[in-house]
Ligand binder design. Structure first.
Ligand code: FAD
Length: 106
C-alpha cells in the first residue's frame, strides 16, 4: 500500500493540477459539480485522521468554485492549513499557477 506521505504528495499533485485547469468561466453545473467533488473527496480520502480534519476545514472554508483562480487559491490555502499542522513551510499562493500549470518563469 502507499504510505500517508506518498498518497498525500500524489493527491496534492492531482488536486492542484485539476484546480489550476478549472475554467475561468465555469458553467453553473461545472461549479456545482466541482464543489460536490471536493465534498465527496473529503469523505473518502484514504487516511482517516487526514479526512476528518479536511472535512472540518472545508466546513469553515467551503470550496470557492466560481472561477479557476479562486479555486486554485482556495485549494492552496487548504494545503497551507495542512502544512501548518505538520510544521511544513507555507506556500505562496500567488505562485500556484506557476507551480501547477504554467511552469516557473525565470
Ligand atoms: P506535500 O505537502 O505533499 O506537497 C507537494 C508539493 O506541493 C510540494 O513539494 C510543493 O511544491 C507543493 N505545495 C506545497 N504547499 C502547497 C500549497 N499550499 N499550494 C500549492 N502547492 C503546494 N499528512 C499527515 O501526516 N496528516 C494529515 O492530517 C494530512 N492531511 C492531508 C489532507 C489532504 C487532503 C491531503 C491531500 C494530504 C494530507 N496529508 C496529511 C499529507 C501531507 O499533506 C503531505 O502530502 C505529506 O506529508 C508529504 O509532504 P511533502 O513534504 O512531500 O509535500
Amino acid at each position: 500500500p502507499l504510505d500517508k506521505d506518498e498518497i498525500g504528495r500524489s493527491t496534492w499533485g492531482f488536486l492542484h493540477s485539476m484546480a489550476s485547469y478549472f475554467p475561468e468561466k465555469p458553467t453553473k453545473k461545472q461549479s456545482e459539480d466541482m464543489a460536490r467533488f471536493f465534498n465527496i473527496f473529503a469523505q473518502f480520502y484514504p487516511c482517516e485522521p487526514c479526512a476528518i480534519d479536511f472535512q472540518e476545514d472545508m466546513k469553515r472554508h467551503p470550496p470557492r468554485t466560481h472561477n479557476g483562480t479562486a479555486l486554485a487559491k482556495w485549494l492552496c490555502e487548504r494545503h497551507n492549513t495542512v502544512n501548518l499542522k505538520l510544521g511544513k513551510p507555507v506556500f505562496d499562493c500567488n505562485m500556484v499557477h506557476e507551480r501547477w500549470r504554467d511552469g516557473w518563469k525565470d
